[in-house]
Design a binder for this molecule. Structure first.
Ligand code: AVJ
Ligand code: FE
Length: 439
């Protein structure tokens, strides 16, 4: 299917505008001091993200796509994520808040002019407006990163949003059988898919059972109350050392007071809601829970088959509900709500087999290391994905309430270190079906 150039241009412009609206909100709702501060050594100051967003857009859209002269070549090294670890960024000669806003705005003005003049074909960077889509996704990814910084920030709430709508519709089975057989993983046709999602390839999986919903806080509490954090049997690799060294007892942002579990969420402390997906757990915590429950994390391939494969047509779709872009009825995405919806929500977003909340709500840790697909080619730069491939990073799937639809789809792959807890990550569990379940 070919999309006409004006529609592509419009889509790119809409995606860039939406990202900037969110960036502006996240960087204007706090005082200047809070933009410059480092709220956690795990995160950049918010002003770094803001100017880095502008600098990536300058490098890719203004210089590479537009062929224009550099606006601020002196900023490239300051905002190079590989040159400076996050903990070192506060001591860089950063643009101040007003300058950073001015810089990002200046780049954007020129880029919109370039977008209006550039043919969106004839080159892999231009085809279907890929570079514009890539930069819109980059900005939205940093908007999620900045929301993580907001969650780590101490002090009164500055962000508000309505709770997700109540959409659960009765009692669901705990798990769903995904029959064995081949399916198509990855994509060669999604226009704005990033290099690590490509190319489409066949995989064969034996039958498995997958949780219908993400694991809830209530279920996770049973693991805690059963002494899960005191029993080395459940913990893999460096997970037990992390538990001991940091005295972990519960997900990040939780604390116990008078026998009750409370959690801090964007500046508000509240009782832990038992029916919400558990959030702010490391891969080690997810893996330990699964082992305690007599189960395991799904592999990345299992997750994608559950999310994309349509048993009726035996084709891979873009989302669990089909090929249509997400609407608010399908999934909790885009920072419309600042929390996941209760487990069992979003019946309209379920997969053909009835699996819920695969897209949105919480990123889901998988058992898999972040590795290239057969036929992978780094594009357009090695530092987006390739340098992260290997056993150090685990794959997360499905997106959270904090990620925009432009950077979330059935093929989208996220990754992080297995110790990380500040990201908006939860999980669901799986188990082998055994030979009886068949193909
Ligand atoms: C894909 C979310 C792991 O935030 O480090 C942002 C995205 N790449 N800037 C990250 C990214 C370059 C990346 N993740
Ligand atoms: Fe970046």
């Amino acid at each position: 299917m070919t999309i006409d150039p004006e529609t592509l241009r419009e889509r790119a412009a809409v995606a860039l505008h939406a990202a900037r609206d969110r960036t502006r909100l996240l960087t204007t709702c706090v005082e200047e001091g809070d933009l410059l501060a480092q709220h956690s050594p795990l995160m950049s100051p918010l002003v770094w993200d803001l100017a880095h967003i502008g600098n990536q857009e300058e490098q890719w859209l203004l210089r590479t796509v537009g062929g224009r002269d550099a606006l601020r070549p002196d900023l490239d090294s300051v905002y190079d994520a590989f040159a400076h670890p996050r903990a070192a960024r506060p001591s860089l000669p950063l643009l101040g808040p007003a300058e950073a806003h001015g810089y990002a705005g200046e780049v954007r003005g020129r880029v919109l002019d370039i977008l209006a003049r550039t043919p969106l074909r004839g080159d892999p960077l231009l085809d279907a407006g890929f570079a514009f889509g890539m930069i819109a996704q980059h900005e939205q990814q940093h908007d999620e990163t900045m929301l993580i910084t907001h969650q780590l920030r101490r002090g009164p709430a500055v962000l508000g949003a309505p709770d997700p709508p109540v959409t659960s519709d009765g009692i669901l089975p705990a798990e769903v059988l995904v029959p064995g057989g081949p399916f198509t993983m990855g994509t060669s046709t999604e226009p704005w898919a990033l290099d690590n999602e490509r190319p489409a390839h066949r995989r064969l999986l034996p039958a498995f059972l997958l949780d219908t919903t993400p694991v809830s806080n209530g279920a996770y509490l049973r693991f805690i109350e059963d002494g899960g954090y005191d029993d080395p049997r459940w913990w893999a690799g460096a997970g037990w050392a992390q538990v001991r060294e940091h005295g972990l007892r519960a997900p990040l942002f939780w604390r116990q007071e008078g026998g009750r579990w409370l959690r801090r969420r964007f500046g508000v402390t509240e009782p832990v809601p038992p029916d919400e997906p558990v959030l702010h757990v490391s891969w080690y915590e997810a893996d330990a829970y699964a082992r305690w429950a007599g189960r395991r994390l799904p592999t990345e391939a299992e997750w994608e088959k559950a999310a994309r494969h349509d048993p009726a047509t035996r084709r891979a779709r873009r989302y669990p509900w089909g090929d249509a872009d997400p609407t608010p009825a399908h999934a909790n995405l885009g920072q419309r709500h600042l929390r996941p919806a209760p487990v069992g929500s979003y019946p309209e977003g379920q997969s053909p087999l009835g699996i819920r909340q695969l897209i949105g709500d919480v990123w889901e840790w998988t058992a898999s290391d972040f590795l290239p697909y057969p036929g992978f080619a780094a594009f357009p730069y090695r530092e987006y994905s390739e340098v992260f491939f290997g056993p150090a990073h685990k794959v997360l799937r499905g997106g959270s309430f904090a990620v925009d639809p432009v950077a979330c789809r059935g093929t989208f792959r996220n990754w992080d270190l297995p110790v990380r807890r500040q990201i908006f990550a939860g999980f669901r569990t799986a188990r082998d079906a055994g030979p009886a379940a068949g193909v």
